[in-house]
Design a protein around this ligand. Structure first.
Ligand code: 5BU
Length: 270
């Protein structure tokens, strides 16, 4: 059976990566395929908004390096609070770091520096451009945390105009990731990737989502939840400004949660 026709609940029992099984189980339990991208710069505002939106989402996406921190301690305080919110509201944390260097360098970037991403983010992402050493480097760091589940999304296709991804690049990215099924949970793409074979499962996440199609004047391109989940077979919608800039972000998040979920249910039924 095609992966796009299987329920999240069914896939949560068989996904080859532990973090993939956990994410799919959360999606099924909360009836949410919504990932919120909280692209604000104040740590307290970010945490307050996540606390409000937590019940609606399966995943919270961060850009830790756009946040204004005053001291190193305030970074730890933030990531500790974020982890508590994740436990309390039952969502996972996705740091949108987009690693893009050789294996040796990304190990340091993932493990260390001031952000210590591997210590708090369940999922992060990486470009395929350096070759599979990037996956090997990141996976080695993830294995330094045997008590916690960690996973990676490979960037196969970006949402922005003129993206060099997609097509053959995406297909090569999928081929590269195939040997790392316990760590590579899936892909960032604009729709279903070349479908997984026996024993494989790719969770596909799509940014560039709004309730109405359009753009932002800086290359971002928006499609609707129905376009990406219903028509193109993606699994998770990633939404930033569509929700966080709304007058009532909680009400808006509920609209996106429902739109994403209904598109998924239609996909299963058709
Ligand atoms: P928006 O406000 O919904 O446009 O925000 C989209 C978020 O997703 C933002 O944090 C981007 O950095 C991120 N993003 C993206 O827009 N397109 C991509 O292909 C990838 C990430 Br990968």
């Amino acid at each position: 059976m095609s992966q796009t026709k299987k329920s999240y609940s069914e896939r949560s029992k068989t996904h080859p990566a532990a973090i993939g099984r956990r994410l799919l189980a959360i999606m099924a339990a909360k009836q949410s395929n919504l990932c919120i991208s909280v692209d604000l710069t104040s740590p307290s505002q970010i945490l307050a908004l996540i606390d409000e939106l937590g019940p609606k989402v399966c995943l919270v996406k961060t850009h830790i390096d756009i946040i204004t921190f005053t001291t190193p301690d305030s970074i730890t305080a933030f990531t500790t609070s974020l982890q508590s919110l994740a436990t309390h509201h039952n969502f996972l944390i996705f740091e949108d770091r987009k690693f893009a260097d050789i294996g040796s360098t990304v190990q340091h970037q993932y493990r260390g520096g001031i952000y210590r991403i591997a210590s708090w983010a369940h999922i992060t992402n990486a470009h395929a451009i350096p070759g599979e050493g990037i996956i090997q480097g990141l996976r080695a760091v993830a294995h330094e945390h045997p008590d916690v589940d960690r996973g990676l999304l490979m960037l196969g296709e970006m949402s922005s105009k003129g993206s060099l991804g997609g097509g053959e690049y995406l297909a090569k990215t999928v081929a590269m990731a195939r040997g790392y099924a316990d760590f590579v949970v899936g892909f960032i793409a604009q729709g279903a990737v070349e479908r997984a074979g026996e024993g494989e499962d790719f969770v596909v996440m799509t940014p560039g989502v709004k309730l109405e199609r359009g753009g932002d004047g800086l290359g971002q391109q928006y499609n609707t939840p129905d376009d990406v989940v219903g028509e193109r077979g993606s699994d998770v919608i990633i939404v930033g400004r569509g929700i966080i800039k709304a007058q009532d972000p909680v009400e808006e998040a509920e609209k996106y949660r429902r739109a994403g979920w209904e598109a998924y249910e239609r996909r299963l039924a058709n």
